[in-house]
Design a protein around this ligand. Structure first.
Ligand code: ZN
Ligand code: ZN
Length: 239
């Protein structure tokens, strides 16, 4: 059984459509037995979210809140099919956990468009740590081409509880296919809640059960301990 001790995708009130403070998120995470959370509020292109100053001031936060390590992160929006992102590069470089995600209210999906080139561009971007919820049927891509590229560039592939299980059966089908490809080519994955309230932090039991059912190799799951996550980040940069 895979046991998860970190949640690498969470939102606070700073995102504009999430409802808990970082104190509430971290406290609830601790109560649920988590060792670490990444605070990954939406970058500025998401309507109603915080501006660049939020991200440049994250060092004001304590490293730990009630014993839970808090990583200073962001969920970046992909703005175009070349993979352009919505924070200045210098600022992005200083953040500890950078998710890049496609959101249909920022990048409007085009009928018949293939997003393989976009996802390959994200693979090449050294300022991205994790590919967020790449299971959307609105942004199709060639999994057999893209997942090996992510693996080769050390990108973590997300299995997002909310996206895979609460949106449509097609998301779940895509998530399963993605995880199978990750297992085959040795890509690291992280299982996350994408919590928008403190009550959802660390809620990823269905995603964990899916990996268990697939017999997914535990050594390829990043968030089984805080130490593992920190070692991974340290291997790329200094906190
Ligand atoms: Zn997202
Ligand atoms: Zn999110």
């Amino acid at each position: 059984m895979i046991t998860l001790r970190a949640d690498l995708h969470t939102h606070t009130i700073a995102s504009g459509h999430a409802y808990s403070t970082i104190k509430e998120m971290a406290e609830m995470a601790g109560e649920k037995g988590l060792e670490l959370i990444a605070m990954t509020d939406h970058a500025p292109a998401m309507p109603g979210s915080c501006q660049t100053l939020h991200f440049s001031n994250l060092r004001a936060l304590p490293r730990q809140i009630r014993g839970v390590t808090v990583l200073r992160g962001v969920e970046l929006n992909v703005l175009n099919t070349q993979g352009k992102l919505d924070l200045p590069r210098g600022l992005q470089e200083r953040l500890e956990w950078r998710i890049a995600s496609l959101h249909e209210n920022v990048l409007i999906p085009e009928e018949g468009c293939d997003y393989t080139g976009l996802y390959l561009a994200l693979a090449e971007n050294p300022q991205i740590d994790m590919i967020g919820h790449p299971d959307s049927p609105d942004f199709p891509f060639d999994v057999e081409t893209v997942v090996p590229a992510w693996a080769a560039q050390g990108k973590v592939v997300e299995l997002n509880e909310h996206h895979a299980f609460d949106i449509s059966p097609r998301n779940l089908e895509n998530a399963r296919r993605l995880m199978a490809a990750c297992a085959r080519c040795g890509a690291l994955v992280a299982v996350d809640s994408d919590a928008h309230t403190c009550w959802s932090v660390g809620e990823f039991s269905r995603a964990a059960a899916l990996l268990n059912e697939m017999d997914f190799p535990e050594k390829q799951v990043l968030n089984t301990s805080a130490q593992r996550v920190l070692d991974f980040i340290h291997s790329k940069k200094v906190l």
